[in-house]
Design a protein around this ligand. Structure first.
Ligand code: ARG
Length: 625
């Protein structure tokens, strides 16, 4: 995934101090040869691949030697000789290895001091203090339909990206771009009205049935479907194109008529429409709560929110001479692209894309976002490419301070079943999200109850209700972590057995690592051992220290790359590093008071960093498991 240009990424604090020190040494050593270009040479500081060789490496010598026609090891030595005291103070004496790598080992007191500096409520993460603004398009369910597994990703990836930026102190606007104004909801509405179903008593099951039957009727139109398929567009555009086709079925004509009456504000239709929304959103909020996702009515900026902005949107494109007529419809054309963007149908109504144009304008111009992140299914890639290009063409990405806002689609892959095909129930239907979560919770509870039954288990004394609550947290964490730890753009296989396992790269493993540390800390308290000065002595203590110190950079990097999986990877690595530390370095039975209280301090920091990282993934971290 490409980095959006609101980049915040920089190396971790230690690496950037090394970077600055080496830069000074490079300037001092190279100025005779390179004059003012010396200051532009990159020291190329990287984390060392093997801890045996130190913590970091400076890799500039090889490339530079070629340019200057020098021997790399000699060059490396010259630069080292110029190292300022501020750099020498950070490290053990430098070693030159192989063709000219400089191995850097940070002095243990420096690591301890950096950890102490990190030990604050911010954990070393710096804050934009509301000076930067991002809008995150998340969830986007189509009203009058039950949430299925596809919405899981749009909801939790979006929530995590929003939390990442919140953690970095940005102003974050969550935008739930509900499908509540187009043909899909009109199809359901028409189908319910035709079946004379009392909409005030309608259940979600009724809605699903109505939606499916409306869809099935729409699909009867083979020609329309073929036309829609040929475009490769998302579900919205397919439905729209199906309906537009000449041979559209009677049901679609009916839906179309209902849509027209809704959009012109006919009160009976609007009232029924509102009831449909209430029924669906009730479940959406319940599911969001279960998932720990921050999604509330105030985040709704559905299609209907933009209804009065659609005509002005189209007018603006016409006035800017960016829209042209095509068989009565209005389209925006792009250079070198065959596919045009349809912004108004021949009957004068607007489309999914029109709403997205209005929404992008609102997010940049009204909300002031410098970055708009769209967490939407990869199948809508072309749609967003067209919409973003159209928004740029008309100049709506221009901000008041004359910078340009970035619009970025985070296209996520599908959730697959064991057969590597989109996850379906045995009868071939989409899994409802609710059914999936219920199953995961049941599995989580089974796991937690089984563990509590083992003698000496930290949960042995807990009540049934307490164990149920932990089991629920485990089940939800299992699903969320599996989703968030996979590369967003890729499909992944839904394997509940693997997801709920307490071993391996899973949510429960991360939760368990956290609970284990919480247990150690509780014991320390009962033994009267408190956090003391940090001393970094053993290699495993060093590894843990370096890992902890990378946390602020890991968050910034995940935000810059819009990649929640980097947070998950950090969590997994930290849990592993901690376990290795705990195995090698006795905490409560450390050799002396100073060692014990230093290690308790390391445990405390690790627990807080783990809990903080998990809170970005909105995964709860129970104190006992
Ligand atoms: N309701 C849309 C769908 O299900 C997703 C909305 C995504 N967001 C957007 N701004 N288009 O396909």
């Amino acid at each position: 995934m490409s980095q959006h240009d609101a980049r915040t990424s920089r190396p971790d604090a230690l690496a950037s101090r090394l970077d600055a020190g080496f830069r000074l040494a490079l300037i001092a050593a190279l100025t005779p040869a390179l004059a003012d270009r010396a200051s532009q040479v990159d020291p190329l500081i990287k984390a060392a691949a093997n801890p045996q060789f130190g913590d970091f490496q400076a890799n500039f010598a090889m490339g530079l030697a070629k340019t200057l026609d020098r021997k790399p090891r000699e060059l490396a030595q010259e630069v080292i000789d110029c190292a300022p005291q501020s750099l020498r103070d950070l490290c053990d004496p430098f070693e030159i290895a192989g063709p000219g790598f400089i191995n850097i080992r940070v002095r243990p007191e420096v690591l301890a001091a950096a950890l102490t500096a990190m030990d604050s409520p911010t954990l070393g993460v710096s804050s934009a203090n509301g000076s930067r603004t991002v809008a995150v398009d998340l969830c986007g369910v189509n009203v009058a339909k039950q949430m299925h597994v596809g919405h899981l990703r749009a909801t939790i990836i979006g929530d995590t990206i929003a939390r990442l930026f919140e953690r970095l102190g940005w102003r974050v606007y969550r935008q739930n771009h509900l499908g509540d104004w187009g043909l899909p909801i009109a199809m359901t509405l028409a189908s319910l009205r035709r079946a004379k179903i009392d909409i005030s008593r309608v259940t979600l099951d009724d809605l699903n049935r109505a939606y499916r039957s409306a869809q099935a009727q729409g699909r009867d139109d083979e020609a329309g479907l073929a036309a829609a398929r040929a475009t490769g567009a998302g579900p919205h555009r397919i439905a729209e194109l199906e309906a537009q086709h000449e041979g559209a079925s009677a049901a679609l004509a009916d839906a179309h008529d209902t849509l027209r009456r809704l959009q012109s504000g006919e009160s009976a239709v609007v009232a029924d429409w509102q009831k449909l929304i209430d029924v669906t959103m009730h479940e959406v909020y319940e599911t969001a709560q279960l998932l720990g996702v921050d999604l509330k009515p105030e985040h709704n900026r559905g299609e209907s929110f933009f209804r009065d902005r659609l005509v002005p949107t189209v007018d603006a494109f016409v006035a800017a001479q960016l829209a042209s007529r095509d068989a009565g419809a209005l389209v925006v054309r792009f250079e070198g692209r065959e596919r045009p963007l349809l912004i108004q149908k021949s009957d004068g109504t607007s489309l999914y894309a029109t709403t997205d144009l209005a929404a992008a304008r609102y997010r940049v111009q009204d909300l002031g976002a410098e970055l708009v992140v769209y967490c939407v299914d990869a199948r809508q890639r072309d749609h967003f490419k067209d919409v973003f290009d159209a928004v740029r063409l008309i100049g709506w990405t221009a901000r008041a301070d004359s910078t340009e806002a970035s619009l970025v689609h985070v296209p996520f892959g599908a959730v697959l079943g064991a057969d590597k095909r989109p996850l379906k129930t045995r009868s071939g239907e989409n899994f409802t999200l609710k059914a999936l979560l219920d199953e995961a919770i049941a599995r989580g509870r089974r796991e937690v109850h089984a563990r509590a039954a083992i003698a000496d288990s930290p949960t042995a004394a807990l009540s049934r209700a307490e164990l149920d609550a932990i089991g629920q947290a485990v089940g939800i964490a299992a699903i969320k972590y599996a989703d968030l730890s996979s590369d967003v753009g890729r499909d992944y296989v839904f394997d509940l057995d693997q997801m709920v396992s307490f071993e391996g790269d899973t949510g429960p493993y991360a939760q368990y690592a956290h609970a284990r540390i919480a247990g150690i800390l509780a014991k320390a308290t009962s033994l009267g051992i408190t956090c003391g000065a940090i001393v970094v002595r053993e290699p495993q203590e060093r590894a843990l220290a370096l890992n902890l110190l990378r946390y602020p950079a890991a968050i910034e990097d995940a935000a810059a790359q819009l990649a929640p999986n980097r947070i998950a990877a950090f969590v997994f690595e930290l849990a592993n590093t901690f376990n290795a530390f705990y195995q090698a370095c006795p905490v409560l039975r450390g050799a002396d008071d100073a060692t014990r209280s230093s290690r308790v301090h390391l445990c405390d920091l690790t627990r807080r960093v783990l809990a903080d990282a998990l809170s970005i993934l909105a995964i709860t971290a129970p104190p006992r498991m």
